[in-house]
Design a protein around this ligand. Structure first.
Ligand code: FAD
Length: 352
């Protein structure tokens, strides 16, 4: 969607889904079948939650009807399945504010200034909002967003000459390789740093990285950042301790830190909803929280017998959608219909 200006009216919708993990995505499907429009917000730059962040290429064997698929494939299939419902996605922003308006609807505000007014809210925030792990060096935060970045999209705005990337996962290696390759991101000198010359990235990514390193298109250093130098308000170099030599000074224009993401419960705890051990208490009829109109599905909720499994989250999403229909269409009967036989559902799915 186009950027919302500060003086624009908030966007109005039937449902806001907080979290685009597998359960948040399937929630869009169940809402769509019942003719409710949804906006989805996630702090990550793309969909998938734990599936894409923590185990994208590992197989999952317990999705009904799917004997095996990787976590990434599951997310791709869910995206395909919900495509007919044209949900609006807002990535790279955390939902900070959730409060009830005087007319009974809810106001949702994100870290990027997006404002939504919605009849219902679905919290599908899983184990929390994934945030990049920051490099803990005193004083370095002053350069955040100008010379120190925590994702490649932010760093892309900088025409940098010497780029240092820290990390050993796919994101870090891909980032270093995209700076080293010819193209809009090209930097004159690219170095990747990690504690040792071993990487947790996928073998194919590591092989491409090593090939570029062998031809000196980029460099590698084993080490750990311990300090930095600055001159006239600019970060000029990183001080690095190396495993088998003296400390080194690495001159740089930009530093991209990609040492992983860690989930933070974040603002969910501040929204006045009943919590038990940092999880949202819900009923098992509608998966509604202590505030009517706000539902919680997937790993974030708790109830007797709760199991943190994707298939349990899918079941919760189906019943929560029926619960929400009573708020969005008060007084309307909501009979159970089968996708196999209902012309209305097939029309909604674009299959009629
Ligand atoms: P998540 O996947 O955690 O997604 C939540 C999303 O919400 C995240 O993207 C987060 O960034 C976002 N978010 C949180 N707070 C905010 C906020 N305030 N604003 C914006 N965005 C926010 N389950 C199975 O059923 N089968 C398996 O085989 C299996 N294998 C697993 C293997 C591993 C290694 C791990 C770690 C988990 C596995 N699981 C498995 C568990 C499964 O991944 C989780 O149950 C599932 O991801 C929960 O989905 P979710 O949508 O509730 O939450």
């Amino acid at each position: 969607m186009t950027a919302q200006r500060a003086d624009d009216a908030p966007v109005e919708t039937d449902a806001v889904v907080i979290g685009a993990g597998p359960v948040g995505l399937f929630q869009v499907f169940e809402l769509g079948l019942l003719e409710m429009r949804a906006h989805v917000v996630d702090s990550l730059p793309g969909p998938g939650g734990q599936c894409t962040e923590l185990y994208a290429d590992k197989p999952i064997y317990d999705i009904p009807g799917t004997p095996a698929c990787t976590a990434r494939e599951l997310i791709d299939r869910l995206l395909l399945q919900i495509a007919p419902f044209n949900a609006q996605f807002h990535f790279g922003q955390q939902v900070d504010v959730l409060r009830r308006e005087d007319d009974g609807r809810f106001r949702v505000e994100t870290s990027r200034g997006l404002r939504l007014i919605t009849k219902t809210v679905f919290i599908a925030s899983g184990v929390g909002s994934f945030q990049p792990r920051h490099l803990k060096i005193e004083g370095l935060a002053a350069f955040h967003d100008t010379q120190v970045f925590y994702n490649v999209a932010e760093a892309a705005s900088l025409a940098a000459r010497r780029v240092l990337v820290i990390g050993d996962g796919d994101a870090a290696l891909e980032c270093a390789m995209s700076f080293a390759a010819a193209g809009p991101l090209h930097a004159t000198e690219v170095t990747l740093m990690h504690r040792r010359d071993e990487f947790k990235a996928a073998p194919a990514t590591v092989a491409r990285f090593r090939a570029m390193r062998a031809t000196q298109q980029l460099h590698f250093i084993a080490g750990q950042a311990i300090g930095f130098e600055q001159l006239a308000g600019r970060l000029t170099s990183l001080t690095v301790s190396t495993p088998d030599g003296p400390d080194r000074t690495l001159p740089l224009d930009a530093l991209v830190v990609m040492t992983g993401l860690s989930p933070k419960l974040g603002p969910v705890a501040d929204w006045g909803l009943a919590l038990e051990r940092k999880q949202l208490v819900v009923d098992t009829e509608k998966f509604e929280t202590s505030t009517p109109g706000i539902f919680a599905v997937g790993d974030v909720n708790t109830y007797p017998g709760k199991k943190k499994l994707i298939l349990c989250g899918f079941h919760e999403a189906a019943l929560a959608a029926y619960g929400a229909a009573a708020h969005v269409f008060p007084g309307r009967a909501q009979p159970l219909e089968y996708t196999t036989t209902s012309p209305r559902l097939q029309h909604a799915l674009g299959r009629a």
